[in-house]
Ligand binder design. Structure first.
Ligand code: NAD
Ligand code: DAU
Length: 338
């Protein structure tokens, strides 16, 4: 099988490529990535010389490039991880989110329609459902929860999902969609909460917490997400949406305090800063469908996963120090004014 993985130089796509190249030596994995600020080929070092792996630099919204690639490679499967993925950046600059997340997705769908495909899989997010109140722990997102987005990021992701479903209904394209909760683990870009806290705490720098730190996220270790996607692509039903999550809800403050405790750093590093505009209160996934239909179960609890993640950042300082020493400094100063 020939699989094009888009966004495979990013956090989740990178973890997926490492997993798939190793697990399926008989498959060809083509990693297609534009190498934006979030893409990093250092992540792919362990597989770069494997015979079943190839990297191609390119933009999923570049129609001519994508059509040429599909004509040449004739992939059996496309898994679309490529996206602008950071909510804060979408608030500052929404346009690129429309281009990559919406135009990029429809360009891939058109290429699949033109050249044929066994399965197109869209990697989506729980953020398409909007948020849940903090005082109703009984409420969870299911696959039938209406789309109700808050940020330019989630609006672009929801729009992409609607196009994927439209191409299934209108053209019969064999598609699937997964919507996952917050991921964490190795190779996570340090603009996102968990790697930001780890990297700054290790440098004894202040940690910005939005509002009162009471917003809730539902955390899943990244390889549990990768395994769920693999299962959906190979065994999931065409045209279906599958929610992915492991019932690991934590307030942001709990997450920050846990990391500081494990690292032996003081809570005085926490700095409460102006809240994110439109900040979603709580995400919580109901993964019953993927659990009962496909037998998926997460292998990591938050307690084991966060320790493994911290160990990875301690043992791979070069990977993240290279990132935070570059353009990232300007981003951080502009975003946090600190
Ligand atoms: P990321 O920002 O770490 O990586 C995105 C990758 O896409 C980068 O390698 C980047 O270079 C590439 N890319 C960006 N624009 C591109 C373009 N126009 N053409 C080709 N490549 C391009 O993102 P991530 O956190 O790994 O998220 C991957 C996917 O998973 C996204 O679609 C995101 O919406 C979804 N998702 C993320 C999470 C999470 O917690 N991080 C949770 C659920 C779903
Ligand atoms: O839920 C899935 C989504 O999770 C994905 O679709 C997104 O691509 C991914 O970025 C993530 O979105 P969040 O906005 O939830 O993740 P982030 O790490 O940016 O923030 C997590 C929580 O921490 C959120 O409530 C905002 C808060 N936060 C974040 C940062 C970066 C802070 O308090 N301080 C910060 O500096």
């Amino acid at each position: 099988m020939k699989i094009i993985v888009t966004g495979g130089a990013g956090f989740i796509g990178g973890n997926f490529v490492l997993y798939a190249v190793d697990k399926y030596p008989q498959d060809q994995i083509i990693n297609l990535d534009a190498l934006t600020y979030a893409g990093n080929l250092e992540t792919l070092k362990p597989v770069e010389d494997k015979p079943n792996y190839k990297f191609v630099k390119g933009d999923i919204a570049d129609r001519e490039f994508i059509f040429n690639l599909f004509e040449e490679e004739k992939p059996d499967v496309v898994i679309n991880f490529a996206a602008e993925s950071h909510v804060d950046r979408s608030i500052t600059d929404p346009g690129i989110f429309v281009r990559t997340n919406v135009v990029g997705t429809t360009t891939l769908l058109d290429a699949c329609r033109t050249f044929g495909i066994g399965r197109y899989h869209q990697v989506s997010t729980d953020e398409v459902y909007g948020d849940l109140p903090l005082d109703r722990p009984d409420l969870l997102f299911t696959e039938t929860t209406p789309l109700h987005t808050s940020s330019p990021y989630s609006s672009a992701k929801a729009s992409a999902d609607l196009f994927v479903q439209a191409y299934h209904r209108t053209y019969g394209l064999p598609v699937s969609i997964s919507r996952c909760s917050n991921n964490y683990g190795p190779y996570h870009f340090p603009e996102k909460l968990i790697p930001l806290v780890i990297s700054r705490a290790l440098n004894d720098e202040e940690i910005p917490v939005y509002g009162k730190g009471e917003n809730v996220r539902d955390w899943l270790y990244v390889t549990d997400h990768c395994k769920a996607i693999d299962l959906i692509v190979r065994k999931g039903r065409e045209g279906e949406v599958y929610n992915i999550g492991g019932h690991n809800e934590k307030t942001n403050l709990e997450v920050v305090q846990t990391i500081l405790r494990i690292l032996g750093k003081p809570e005085s590093l926490i700095k409460y800063v102006t809240d994110r505009p439109g900040h979603d209160l709580r995400y919580a996934m109901d993964p019953t469908k993927i659990t009962t239909e496909l037998g998926w179960q997460p292998e990591h609890t938050f307690e084991t996963g966060i320790k493994d993640t911290i160990d990875w950042y301690l043992n791979n300082k070069e990977w993240w120090q290279n990132i935070i020493s570059g353009e990232y400094q300007n981003y951080f100063t502009k975003q946090y004014k600190m």
